[in-house]
Structure formats: structure tokens, C-alpha cells
Ligand binder design. Structure first.
Ligand code: 5GP
Length: 192
């Protein structure tokens, strides 16, 4: 998506460890005009797939997920992160290792909001090694919900997340795909 690539080039910075900092429009300050465009792009791709709910993870997935939910007219659930949520039987839970924070968090979703009648779209801000998305897939599985797709704002295609997720057969749709961040240069993969 050209608009998103422009934002990344103009406002993103590359940090050591192949981390792209996008605090200026996605991870700290949020640009609503861009978020609306992201929401429209996700909706355009998935609107015919019978989505009943969007599921994301706090906190940086929430903004793009809400705009997609607005476009598609469906509720948005964000999985909560806590150090430990064991022994709480009203929750679906999974454990996610964070690429940027180098720590594990339990994530949880209340059983009240996700059931086997739901078809969900998973949305997240970044796809790196795929751990966050896999945690959300585990939660969907516990609920018996169908997963129609995974929508990612920024995919770092040089990490293993996409190939891991593609093995599930679930469509992965990324609005920007980064081939490399080497030497602080941002290189995109362009499909058209
Ligand atoms: P994964 O679980 O796919 O390894 O990593 C995805 C999660 O890690 C995202 O939810 C995001 O919060 C964080 N993340 C991974 N790589 C980056 C990055 O380069 N920049 C930022 N800002 N967050 C990242």
C-alpha cells in the first residue's frame, strides 16, 4: 500500500536488531487518516469472507483493528496481555514471546466474546516471527472460531512469521512488506 510505504519511509526509523520504529503514526502517536486507509484496505480484502469479529492484541493492534471493524461493521476484541492468567476458567489463554521486548506474556480473551459461531479476522501491527499471530490462532482454536484471514500492517518478510503462518493455510495479507532493514535502509517487496 503506497500511502503506508510513504509513511514508513518518511517517519519510520530503523533501530538495531532489525526493529522498525513507527512511533510517529502507529505505535505511540496514531495517525487517524492513515488508520482509516488501513481499515479500508483490510475491509476491501476480507469483506466477502463472512467475518463476524476482528481479534487483535493490545496495544498497537487496536487502532488499525478498530478502523477495520468500523469499515466492516463488526466488533473488535483485543487480547489482553498479563504476566500470568493461569487458573481463570472464563478465559481463553495463550503465551506469546515478544520479539521487541524479549519476554513472554500470557494473552487472554474472555469466553463471553468469542464462540464457535464466529468467523474472525486477526489483525496486528507487525509480523516478525509470527508468535503474536500464533497466540491469537490458539485462542481462536480454543473458542472453536473459524479464522478467515490474518491482516498485518507491516510485515518484516525477512523473518520467519509469514512462512510459519502460511503453513496453516490461512490467508496472510500484509499492507507493507519489508524485504530488508540492513544498513538502516528500508527495502520493500512490491507485488504489483
Ligand atoms: P512476532 O510475534 O511476529 O514475532 O512479532 C510481532 C509483534 O512484535 C508485534 O505485535 C509488534 O508489537 C512487535 N514487533 C515485532 N517487530 C517489530 C518492529 O520491527 N517494530 C515494532 N515497533 N514492533 C515490532
Amino acid at each position: 500500500m503506497e500511502l503506508l510505504e510513504q509513511y514508513i519511509l518518511q517517519k519510520g526509523t530503523v533501530l538495531p536488531g532489525n526493529v522498525l520504529k513507527v512511533d510517529a503514526f502507529l505505535n505511540h502517536q496514531i495517525d487517524p487518516v492513515l488508520m482509516q486507509a488501513l481499515g479500508q484496505a483490510f475491509s476491501e480484502r476480507f469483506k466477502k469472507t463472512g467475518i463476524t469479529k476482528i481479534v487483535t492484541i493490545e496495544s498497537s493492534g487496536i487502532a488499525p483493528a478498530v478502523f477495520a471493524g468500523l469499515e466492516m461493521g463488526v466488533p473488535v476484541i483485543f487480547a489482553r496481555k498479563k504476566k500470568s492468567v493461569t487458573l481463570q476458567d472464563h478465559l481463553y489463554t495463550s503465551t506469546v514471546y515478544s520479539y521487541t521486548k524479549k519476554e513472554s506474556n500470557d494473552i487472554s480473551v474472555s469466553k463471553a466474546f468469542l464462540t464457535n459461531e464466529d468467523t474472525i479476522l486477526i489483525i496486528d501491527d507487525f509480523l516478525a516471527n509470527g508468535q503474536a499471530a500464533i497466540g491469537l490462532l490458539e485462542i481462536a482454536e480454543q473458542a472453536g472460531a473459524k479464522v478467515a484471514g490474518i491482516g498485518i500492517v507491516i510485515e518484516k518478510s525477512f523473518q520467519q512469521g509469514r512462512s510459519l503462518l502460511e503453513k496453516t493455510g490461512i490467508p496472510v495479507y500484509s499492507l507493507a512488506r519489508i524485504a530488508s532493514l540492513e544498513n538502516e535502509q528500508i527495502e520493500f517487496i512490491r507485488e504489483d
